[in-house]
Design a protein around this ligand. Sequence first.
Ligand code: NAD
Length: 451
Amino acid sequence: MATATKSKPKSSSNGHAAFTQAQTTIFDQVDLPKDPDNLYTQTVSVMLHAAEMMNLPHYLQLILAQPKNEIMVHFPVKMDNGKHELFKGYRVQHNNALGPYKGGLRFHPDVHLDDVKSLAFLMTMKCSLVGVPYGGGKGGIKVDSRKHSKTEMEHIVRRFTAAIAHNIGPDYDIPAPDVGSNSQHMAWIADTYSFLSEIGGDNPAAVITGKPVEYGGSLGREKATGQGVVDTLVEMLPELKLKPEKCTFSVLGYGNVGSWSGKIFQDKGAKMIAVADHTGFIRNDKGIDAFDLDVHVKKTGGVKGFAKATSISKEEFYKTKVDVFIPAALEQMIQEPEAEMITCRVVAEGANAPTTPAGERVLMAKGIEVLPAILCNAGGVTVSYFEWVQNKTFQSWDLEYVDRELNKHMVRAAQKTRKARQEFKCDLRTAAYIAALQRLKEAYEVRGIFP
Ligand code: NAD
């Protein structure tokens, strides 16, 4: 069975050329590996490129190049068969200069520290760019949630919550869902934290967002990241002389972000013609109905076997000519080989860090515009912020209000990015980082560094 696995990283020499002397010096000063295939190094190098361009003070480059706290826990859980298993969990708190740490929890068998550090770092940048009063964090459990019963997952999630309970809090660090985790998991975390904590404030359930609407969740949160992807596309496509209603698109990953991006973009008149996930690759040039595919995926666990499309190869998927390509699966999936095959006008990054620096160089050489993740997928954290505000003030907002406020944040972030691009004459990713770093710089200037 063909699956969309990551390409093997290319030999290092290729990526090394991408590090400037200034970046190498920072890596040495903060003790980071100068490995061009390392996701964290890649993530930081992109920030340092923007930092150099805008002359970000050296002390801020150092601070941002490493997270404040890296927490790793091991905890035992009794399985349905009566035997115990030991699980590994993480919470990385990258920066809280702008507000409490904020970021999702990933439940995936391949989760490891460098992924979590990268994702926490990206949250700092994203929250700054989209204008919410949060810093960046991320966490996860090394677990394949699909392989455990509901009872086992409940015990794993509750026990993980107990292990990190002293390191999170409604005013300190507020997790949320990510790959492999969902609103039910968030409800168990909120309940466990409320039970364990007497210091959770008036509403301890505000310790986490992405909860079910019945238990303090916000209307519009489930679709928020996909909604934000489409809001960004609608804002940015006209300057590329593209009309959403005339666009064709393909989606890599059909989970929360991929399926909602697909459904909402289709509602704008765009036509989805190819989709891939961990089960396979499908295509139909006449259009794949995003809602029908969502039903199929929820029923069967993946896109494979969808009757109203043809099964294709990985190469055919990437080579399918579309206007917009939406990666919405995992990190580093667009490396040089995939970038060589992609034939589109715009890559709209729904996933975090889906494009490696080497992959991006290929896309740029082909004239493909990349809407960077810290802009494009910031809708999730924005509506998480709305959920937190509603929890803290005991309010409940209607969907129209949530969507309108989300759109305002997305459009403002897109405008800031565009302005930075004009000022610094750079690509959109560098521009988004410059806009994000500018807000952090202003905060540090007035806060100073303790003592
Ligand atoms: P999800 O678990 O709902 O979906 C993940 C999708 O990726 C699934 O369709 C899965 O089949 C696919 N996938 C996994 N491995 C794959 C492989 N090897 N090849 C092809 N497809 C593969 O996760 P999600 O919440 O939709 O998150 C997707 C991405 O978006 C992640 O990078 C996540 O960090 C990012 N993101 C999520 C949110 C959110 O609100 N959920 C917010 C911002 C960013």
